[in-house]
Design a protein around this ligand. Structure first.
Ligand SMILES: [Zn+2]
Length: 340
């Protein structure tokens, strides 16, 4: 995808296209910002422009090199991500073997064009051994090599790696922009687009992934609310069943938690301010109001905190079922006895 088709991230685009125009390409970049805000897409756009036969500050999107990049088949563009090991087990970080392979390829230099581009995803999760190995390459890069590290923050990276790379910062995409993209690119109706945009919290990639998953976000929310109601009623047996059924959703667990958190925050906000304009679930206002009337504010606040904790625990790769059981048990125990 060329730069002109990217969503938002004007700052990153100006910086990278400026580098292309002046032909002052750094041998290493670190793209820093939240996941789902276009870091990888922008890295691919930059790689495409670097490899495009036409040159210039954006890819032509027509030449043979551009077509190969688009098809993921250009021999001078490699994307390294945690992915899976050869035995099929799930990796949690880019490993030393992958960095060794990268260095071997880098030593050969470009295969077709003037440059060879390596994109390293989730660079913050790299272990010390792999990061140190990569550092040596960044310190003494062979000619024509461009390395793009993608990371949530610079703090998690080796400071020496950061200091030898050009930083490019990525921010959250404004909700109005996410709504526009969902409507134009994914054909999502306006009310659902507004909800998905609120749910994505400015991570347009997540909103598009949710739209691509094809599920109706409102049906999804209804299902989340049924489970939340059980949790807030404190029936321990049904809670364990609920934890198990949510845990079975695997890739959907984080979205489940996001939907639940957005709802609990809306109910709390309505209890505190009664401001309809502030609701993320604006389409479901009567239900938010009904919940706000009957839910205990202290229990809701506990629920919101417990959901945030569950999100962090999941990211730390704790067992999903245990995380959810703890979450639901915390919610249930926060409900005043007279109401359960
Ligand atoms: Zn081209």
């Amino acid at each position: 995808m060329p730069f002109r088709d990217l969503i938002g991230q004007r700052h990153a685009r100006l910086l990278l296209q400026g580098a292309l125009r002046s032909a002052r390409i750094s041998h290493a970049y670190v793209f820093v910002g939240p996941a789902g805000t276009g870091r990888l897409t922008t890295a691919r756009a930059f790689a495409q422009a670097l490899l495009c036969a036409e040159g210039g500050d954006d890819a032509c999107d027509r030449c043979a090199a551009c077509r190969k990049v688009r098809a993921g088949a250009h021999p001078d563009l490699r994307v390294i991500s945690a992915g899976r090991t050869e035995s099929g087990a799930e990796r949690r970080a880019v490993g030393i073997d992958q960095i060794r392979e990268l260095k071997r390829e880098a030593a050969y230099g470009p295969y077709e064009g003037r440059r060879k581009v390596f994109i390293v995803e989730d660079a913050e999760a790299m272990r010390a051994e792999a990061a140190n190995s990569l550092l040596k390459l960044v310190e003494e890069p062979p000619p024509g090599i461009v390395i793009i590290l993608i990371s949530e923050s610079t703090e998690a990276l080796l400071p020496t790696l950061v200091s030898r790379s050009q930083p490019v910062r990525f921010g959250f995409i404004p909700a109005s922009e996410v709504v526009r993209v969902l409507r134009q690119q994914a054909g999502v109706p306006e009310d659902r687009a507004a909800f998905l945009a609120a749910l994505s919290g400015g991570r347009v990639g997540r909103a598009l992934a949710a739209a691509a998953a094809g599920e109706d976000p409102f049906e999804r929310r209804a299902e989340v609310l049924r489970t939340l109601e059980v949790a807030l009623r404190g029936d321990i047996i049904r809670l364990l069943d609920a934890a198990e059924s949510v845990a079975r959703q695997r890739d959907g667990i984080e979205r489940w938690l996001d939907v639940a958190l957005l709802w609990v925050r809306d109910v709390l906000a309505w209890q505190e301010a009664g401001d309809a304009a502030a609701l993320a679930n604006a389409d479901a206002r009567p239900e938010v109001v009904a919940w706000a009337r009957r839910a205990n504010p202290a229990a809701l606040r506990t629920a919101a905190m417990a959901i945030e904790t569950a999100k962090v625990d999941l990211r730390r790769n704790l067992n999903a079922r245990l995380v959810l059981e703890t979450l639901f048990a915390t919610m249930a125990s926060s409900v005043p006895a007279s109401r359960s």
